[in-house]
Write a protein that binds this ligand. Structure first.
Ligand code: MLT
Ligand code: ZN
Length: 449
């Protein structure tokens, strides 16, 4: 089918207004927000519900048209950006939110609901979704599930996988899988929900999710610690991990802090610059300030800022949360997202500059509790990108780490997958892909090239 026929047939399913063929209207769906991944789509289609999604997928399957599901387009590995032959299937109109089940502490939401909207909706019940991340206003639940997003509260609540009780999804043959009862005990065969979480749009189009919720911890304290080294930051982290109230432990370095201050105009948090910064937050039913001070008593802390009021806490968190936008404002970064065993983190940070061409500016920050480092490299010549990625990722793999902590494999890391996965694992993944999507219409080129 040519594009006009395709647009016509899709319009019959979703309405004219929701099939975008004008290049100006398609543009925001064709480039990621860092500007690194950009491509063309045949068109963008915006279904309103699961039935329409099933109709679109069935049509694409019958006609052999590849498609790329897309949520808030905040992904960082190019998994939801088209490359030329695909249509973009935007889930942004699947925004229904069901009643909050207070007894089960669950809610069913459409794939297109932004994370911040879920939080707003469940807050009056004293509940929250356990996953939180800096892109909360745009990132959608479907995209977060497709990538098994991690973010800033993993130390307490786990990744998205741990917070999803069930899914509804459209398979490549147009059939609908629905497992939304959220039963906490349900041993009836393969865990299909678990399989689809983190599948990056390659196995199914996610349409609805049953989310687990956690009670809001009303009393909070946030502290920004200045430390003499990564080793001392890990010692401080080990101390605060004794607290059940620990909710967040994020690190950044002076180069990132300078960039954030220059880009945002935020004032310096301390009178001097320090080698490492660790942002920690504790939350509980009782004020956790005292227990935090107690466990940090022996830590080698050079300076510290503590905040209890929400506005002051957000001011401290901004030094960490505004890293991504500040880096983007400097140029298009080469973004690597790795995990290392904690006792390998300091050695990696020390060795990194020697692995890079001289003019490259590394900006590191991330989720220290998981050993998850966001390695953002500015000023990498495009001819050096592959070699630099491979050198750094090989160093990570040699240290027993993972080449993708939370952003996923997407297109960006697809040809490095074998650094983190064995031939037997990759063969098993290919077998699953072939079984569910035998003609390869879903997100071709992502994860398994
Ligand atoms: C974050 O931790 O802020 C996100 O993973 C985004 C990023 O890495 O830039
Ligand atoms: Zn992150």
């Amino acid at each position: 089918v040519d594009n006009n026929q395709l647009a016509h047939r899709l319009s019959a399913l979703v309405g004219d207004a929701h099939v975008l063929t004008d290049p100006a209207l398609k543009a925001s769906y064709e480039t990621d927000f860092t500007g690194r991944f950009t491509g063309r789509s045949r068109l963008v289609v915006r279904p309103a519900d699961t039935e329409q999604v099933a109709g679109i997928v069935g049509l694409c399957r019958a006609e052999g048209i590849p498609l790329v599901p897309q949520g808030g387009n905040t992904g960082l590995v190019g998994a939801s950006v088209p490359t030329g032959t695909e249509i973009v299937l935007s889930l942004g109109r699947l925004t229904e939110i069901g009643p909050v089940d207070e007894a089960a502490r669950q809610v069913t939401v459409g794939a297109g609901v932004p994370l911040a909207e879920v939080q707003r909706r469940v807050r009056p019940y004293g509940l929250a979704f356990g996953v939180d991340l800096a892109a909360r206003d745009s990132a959608t639940i479907g995209g977060m599930i497709a990538t098994n997003a991690g973010g800033e509260r993993v130390v307490r609540y786990g990744t998205t996988r741990a917070n999803v009780a069930g899914l509804e999804a459209v398979l490549p043959d147009g059939s609908v899988l629905s497992r939304l009862t959220g039963l906490p005990k349900d041993n009836t065969g393969y865990d299909l929900t678990g399989l689809l979480v983190g599948s990056e749009g390659t196995l199914a189009v996610l349409t609805r999710a049953r989310l687990r919720l956690v009670p809001i911890q009303p009393r909070r304290v946030t502290a920004l610690l200045a430390l003499p080294s990564i080793e001392q930051a890990i010692t401080a982290l080990t101390a605060v991990r004794a607290l059940e109230s620990l909710e967040l432990a994020e690190f950044f370095l002076p180069e990132g802090l300078s960039l954030v201050m220059a880009q945002t105009g935020l004032p310096a948090p301390f009178g001097a610059e320090y080698p490492v910064y660790l942002l920690v937050e504790c939350a509980g039913r009782q004020d956790p300030t005292e227990e935090l001070a107690e466990v940090l008593d022996d830590a080698d802390i050079l300076d510290m800022a503590v905040a209890v009021q929400a506005s002051d806490r957000h001011r401290l968190a901004a030094y960490r949360d505004r890293h991504t936008e500040s880096i983007n404002a400097e140029g298009i970064p080469l973004k690597l997202d790795v995990t290392l065993p904690l006792d390998e983190v300091a050695g990696f940070v020390r060795d990194l500059p020697d692995l890079l061409p001289k003019r490259v500016r590394p900006i590191l920050f991330g989720h220290l509790a998981e050993g998850n480092l966001h390695v953002n490299l500015l000023d990498v010549a495009s001819s050096d990108e592959d070699a630099v990625s491979e050198t750094v990722l090989r160093r990570v793999a040699a240290a027993g780490g993972s080449i993708s902590a939370e952003h996923g494999i997407g297109r960006a890391k697809a040809h490095y997958l074998s650094l983190s996965r064995s031939p037997a694992e990759i063969a098993a993944m290919r077998a699953v892909k072939a079984a569910l999507d035998p003609t390869g219409i879903l997100s071709p080129g992502t994860l398994l090239p």
